[in-house]
Design a protein around this ligand. Sequence first.
Ligand code: HAM
Length: 432
Amino acid sequence: MPSYRAPRGTRDILPAQRRIFAHVESVATGLAERYGYRSLDVPTFEHSAVFERGLGTATDIVEKELFRVSPSRGEEKDRLALRPEATAGIIRAYVEHGMHTLPQPVRLGLIGPMFRYDRPQAGRYRQHYQWDIEAIGDPGPGVDAELVELALRFYADSGVAGVQVKLNTIGDPVCRPGYLVILAGYYREHADALAPADRARIETNPMRLLDSKEATTQAVNRDAPLLWDHLCDPCSAHFAAVRLHLDALGIPYQLAPEIVRGQDYYTRTTFEFFRAGAEGQQDALGGGGRYDGLVEVLGGRPTPGIGFALGLDRVVNALMAAGFEAPELAPVAVVVGADPEATATRLRIATELRAAGLAARAELSQKKLGKQLETAARDGAHFAAIVGDELDAGQILLRDLPAGTQKAVPLVDLVKELTRASRTHRHGAGEA
Ligand code: HAM
């Protein structure tokens, strides 16, 4: 057993898996550009108050899962936390940089690690990666539909098939409080039938019971009053309009009252993405919703907003389970040599090939030529450029490794020759 291991709930993303991350990140950044979401970065830690105020102190994320950062000295001691999500930090940045003066909505996007001290399990990590998208300053409903369509496009383009969206509305500060009174009353009546952990939440956050994973609570939920029957007229009209926009895009969705989300900032539209057949919160591939009060909570003027975050680990896991592989760029050539000790010459020639834009490596060990060729073939190189006595006459031997053929090439023509040959090679292999 090694002495040190990655902390519980974290993992090393090794090269084969990292290439799949790179694939999904490039799909995400390509789409963000096409849809007009500009990339930004915000710090991976913020003043804890940004999360406490933004997400709500009574949420699981803040109450139980926040990684508080404790610098060993200074005035920020005990006042910082690693970001559990990106929305609060992005809105903090929107306010701090006066982005309300830009044309609205301000469309922003970010990819990065998030930290939650949750119980680790399959697909749930203490450091996970999200693609986060926010559209700030548009009351909707068109932008609500735009975001749902964008997320579904991302899954399809990444290669994850069969992703479905569950859609809900959780009202606003006008209609939700009245509904919560009715809902809490209903749960109090059925308290005996609820799972004990859920019973305690009747008074603090009754809506979270709708999302319960406990079978007994789920049975009670079947007859629970629905917020849809208690929406105020503007929330009701907004929800109808979002659905109309989704219909116009031909996007099917499931109406799902249990999509209540885990952050306090949400208003009106909420949604989560699942793969057909995969239920349970740990399986949500992504989620988001509208947060029309958040900018104000974080010190800005009243500004509507909506966004989503898609869990990239879960997308990568789904791709790996489906056998998806992201091929590695094999070196076009490895420069090897008959004189095992002439590493400086091999390094110089490989450097020239790389300067000309080719993927090339030099064999820098002092192995025998036979071993060098073997390693080059195992690395997936198409060619070995063999440095030998011919170099005195300005020539190098170019060996086609899969074909087992070789010919002498003037050193001055090596770049041209490799560029041409590698192109033919790729065409021949049907990869181009
Ligand atoms: P969230 O639902 O908390 O939303 O997280 C978004 C997604 O991140 C989840 O659906 C899941 O795929 C992934 N995720 C969350 N926690 C973990 C974990 N521990 N391990 C692996 N994956 C995880 C938000 O974070 C909101 N900020 C989304 C949003 C943006 N709403 C508006 N704008």
